[in-house]
Write a protein that binds this ligand. Structure first.
Ligand SMILES: [Zn+2]
Length: 320
């Protein structure tokens, strides 16, 4: 089995988690860019939850607009194509968009046009908007109009809830999620990453998720495991991310092996390839080496990922 040649799909990757010191060096060679490789190198190693959250302070300079994400996206898509990735969903931080729907549409239309140019013939890219859990219900509600406008303009296919899980349940956002669900967006919720199975129950009960990100702790609850099996609910697995932020103590403890044994529906993802200095191909290598995943396992992951993608929810997009 030649892992490089296998077609791959990635559903769980944050655009603001893509920058690595190597990529910063490549970008600075072609254009002015505010973060240098040596400066970003100071954010490593990322090997705990604290160092993970600290990493984001090092990229604060580029957040708040799309400006510096243009070269980052171009570099990222070139890397995906080199790994034979055929379809990728990328989460955009809400901070790039702002609360004004007309401005957000204009900003994302231009960024979408850039993505169209960069993706080429072999790769399809779709966007989701990601919002952190550490928001009030009012703040979340205030973002709704903008998110729905982007969806209706055909610029995003879904919504993702990410960020610090501890002490930030989905429950208070129930009203917002009901409206997102009603409008037809794909819904992804990071859950069971740093909290127990109760957090996955909370997401299922109040967030209408089509996919659960990580879901590491759901394997502690046999009722949840049975539910994910019966309903074939999709789990976005991110093994390296989970080891680096200590969701699991060791790779050997990762539930991806159990998910395979039970025939659950899951994909394989990097989450933040810059933060964790990993790649999708590397995740495939990891599972092949550590757990003996073979071509059949990877074909199944590809089929499950394809079925779980949100592209089919995209509204018609006006060309610009
Ligand atoms: Zn994530």
């Amino acid at each position: 089995m030649n892992i490089s040649l296998l077609p791959k799909i990635e559903l769980h990757c944050h655009l603001d988690g893509v920058l690595s010191p190597g990529m910063a060096r490549d970008i600075q060679q072609t254009a002015p860019f505010p973060i240098g490789p040596a400066e970003l190198q100071r954010a490593y190693p990322v090997d705990s939850l604290d160092s993970f959250f600290n990493w984001w302070n090092f990229i604060a300079l580029i957040k708040g607009s799309f400006t510096h994400f243009y070269p980052i996206l171009a570099n990222h898509l070139a890397r995906l194509k080199a790994q034979n990735v055929t379809y990728a969903e990328i989460m955009l931080p809400f901070s790039c968009l702002g609360n004004d729907p007309a401005q957000a549409i204009a900003g994302l239309q231009a960024f979408r046009a850039w993505a169209d140019q960069q993706q080429g013939e072999t790769l399809q890219v779709e966007f989701l908007v990601a919002v952190g859990r550490n928001r009030s219900a009012q703040e979340m509600e205030a973002r709704l109009e903008c998110i729905l406008a982007l969806y209706q303009a055909g610029l995003i296919v879904g919504f993702a809830l990410a960020g610090p899980e501890q002490g930030n349940p989905v429950h208070p956002f129930q009203r917002t999620f009901a409206q997102l669900h009603e409008a037809g967006l794909g819904i992804e919720i990071h859950a069971g990453e740093w909290c127990g199975p109760e957090s996955v129950w909370d997401a299922l009960q109040y967030g209408y998720p089509d996919r659960i990100g990580h879901g590491v702790s759901l394997f502690q609850d046999p009722r949840l495991v049975a539910l994910f099996g019966e309903r074939q609910l999709h789990i976005e697995m991110c093994p390296t991310s989970n080891v680096k932020t200590q969701s699991v103590a060791r790779l050997e403890d990762h539930p991806v092996v159990k998910a395979r044994e039970l025939g659950l529906n899951f994909s394989l993802n990097t989450d933040d390839p810059g933060t964790f200095l990993c790649s999708l191909e590397g995740e495939y290598e990891l599972l092949a080496t550590a757990f003996g995943f073979d071509a059949r396992d990877f074909a199944r992951i590809y089929q499950n990922s394809w079925r779980a993608r949100f592209a089919s929810r995209r509204q018609p997009r006006a060309s610009i």
